[in-house]
Design a binder for this molecule. Structure first.
Ligand code: NAD
Length: 490
């Protein structure tokens, strides 16, 4: 990579940080990627490819194959063959060895994976390095451990696999979502056809290289890249036994309709509009830091982002002042810089969606406050944004924006905040900030959300189940619960 001038990163109040860019010199990206089917690289039948672009500078990183329904059929056939002939017959202990190997290989190549994740997706290198890649490896380690212990996971029951799993994932945590899907499916003896999101296919394709290196039998994991039509071809394929989808609620509904009346098992991990609640007895500085992490982490491209903030009236002024101060100090810019807090928005389309909501927020009468930071001229960027004086009826309060935008409201009583927080079609996650354990227990039982964090936010562990209520999804991933969707009890 060309050596850059050591320009100071300037931001508010005269503080400066020297640039600290992560090198991308060691990564090896092909100019063009084919489909990974039956353990081999296969050209797409229609010869179509699309560009994968770095959202921080709009430069093309590579070309990626667009799989047709015919290619998906080939991948399903490879997965079926591998299931019938090898994987379903292998002992859990043997399967576990392969999964451990994949986990270790991810650890060995962690730096390469995190650099590619940041280049391709726009997220700060600090996050891909410290969150995405280690958690992905941990997921494989965790489920490798279950592979030979399924009889203890489900005592007195005869555990069988389901067959071929069709998996479709989004762009916000590309490698991590692939790990969430692949690891439990392999541990339980299923084979896989997986499709990464069209804007972030590269780490899944690097994972294909690593899977080849691991010696996993051919056809056990097939990786087909493409757009919505490729995902639909997986969902509609008659020989796929289970669908695991993570993405928007809109597409989740299409999938549910598509598989209605079939025998396919399904898990849907969909959108969210999480409430983060600060009570007056909370440690305010810690809470403000948690709120900031909850919504600005990964540019707000997080299904469980704490995008609605409820502040008890008595501490409202203090919390808002501290939030405004804190967003001024957030560093927005080059995802490859280790100082960066907020990287690039994943795509032009997503940036346009966010801009639409900023406009609607103002039109609906909310007061918008943005950081005064400057943003790069090229690429897709959004300044951290607060909306004050919002109402329950505002679109920025009701709908998932999937960007660094926080809508703030106030409340007086516990009952009022529970009612307001639950007033959403979603129910993926929530956060509570208070000094009182009793309040935490009260809220966790009454909040209609799959995950409720207390005095922290956005903490993940492979041993914890994750999933939503209402329109945030069906089923759980992670932990012991994450094995269930991939099991048939005989
Ligand atoms: P999306 O629904 O647009 O796309 C997700 C995936 O589905 C992509 O791979 C896409 O190509 C594919 N797809 C599109 N149309 C399809 C169709 N008709 N049939 C089958 N597949 C199709 O979502 P996105 O914009 O990539 O991701 C953002 C969404 O994902 C947000 O709503 C977010 O909340 C959600 N999400 C949820 C979780 C969770 O665990 N609940 C985790 C991450 C992201």
């Amino acid at each position: 990579m060309a050596k850059k001038k050591n320009k100071k990163l300037e931001f508010n109040k005269g503080w400066t940080y020297s640039e600290a860019p992560e090198s991308s010199g060691h990564i090896d990206l092909k100019k063009k990627y084919d489909l990974f089917i039956g353990g081999k690289w296969v050209k797409p039948s229609k010869g179509k490819y699309f560009d994968s672009v770095n959202p921080a500078n709009e430069e093309k990183l590579s070309e990626v194959a667009h799989a047709s329904a015919q290619d998906v059929d080939l991948a399903v056939k490879a997965a079926r063959q591998a299931y019938d002939n090898v994987w379903s017959k292998m002992s859990g202990a043997e399967r576990g060895k392969y999964i451990y190997r994949i986990a270790r290989l991810i650890q060995e190549r962690a730096r390469e994976f995190s650099v590619i994740e940041s280049l391709d997706g726009g997220k700060p290198i600090r996050e891909s390095r410290d969150v995405d890649v280690p958690l992905a490896a941990n997921h494989f380690f965790y489920y490798a451990g279950w592979a030979d212990k399924l009889e203890y996971a489900f005592p007195n029951r005869k555990v069988g696999s389901v067959g071929v799993a069709g998996q479709v994932i989004p762009w916000n945590f590309p490698l991590l979502m692939a790990a969430w899907k692949i690891a439990p499916a392999l541990a339980t003896g299923n084979t896989i056809v997986i499709k990464p999101a069209e804007t972030t296919s590269l780490t899944a394709l690097k994972l294909a290289e690593l899977i080849q290196e691991s010696g996993l039998p051919e056809g056990v994991v097939n990786i087909v890249t493409g757009e919505g039509d490729t995902g639909a071809a997986i969902v509609n394929h008659p020989d796929v036994d289970k669908i695991a989808f993570t993405g928007s609620t809109g597409v989740g509904k299409i999938i549910q309709k598509a598989i209605a009346g079939t025998n396919k098992k399904v898990t849907l991990e969909l959108g969210g509009k999480a409430a983060n609640i600060i009570f007056e007895d909370a440690p305010i500085n810690q809470a403000v830091e948690g709120i900031i992490n909850g919504i600005f982490f990964n540019q707000g491209h997080v299904c469980c982002a704490g995008s609605r903030l409820f502040v008890q009236e008595s501490v409202y002024d203090e919390v808002v002042r501290k939030l405004k101060d804190r967003i001024e100090t957030l560093i927005v810019g080059d995802p490859m810089d280790k100082n960066t807090d907020i990287g690039a928005i994943n795509s032009k389309e997503q940036l346009n969606t966010i801009k639409k909501y900023l406009k609607w927020g103002k039109e609906d009468g909310a007061e918008m406050h943005q950081s005064s930071c400057s943003i790069p001229k090229k690429g897709y960027w959004c300044k951290p944004t607060l909306f004050l004086n919002t109402a329950q009826s505002h679109r920025i309060v009701q709908e998932e924006i999937f960007g660094p935008v926080l809508a703030v409201q106030t409340f007086r009583t516990v009952d009022e905040v529970i009612q307001k927080a639950n007033n959403t079609p979603y129910g993926l996650s929530a956060g509570v900030w208070t000094d009182k354990g009793s309040k935490i227990f009260n809220l966790t039982t009454k909040m209609r959300a799959g995950v409720v964090w207390a005095n922290t936010y956005n903490k993940f562990d492979p041993a914890s189940p994750f999933g939503g209520y209402k329109e945030s999804g069906i089923g759980r991933e992670g932990g012991l619960h994450g094995l269930l969707p991939y099991i048939n009890f005989n």
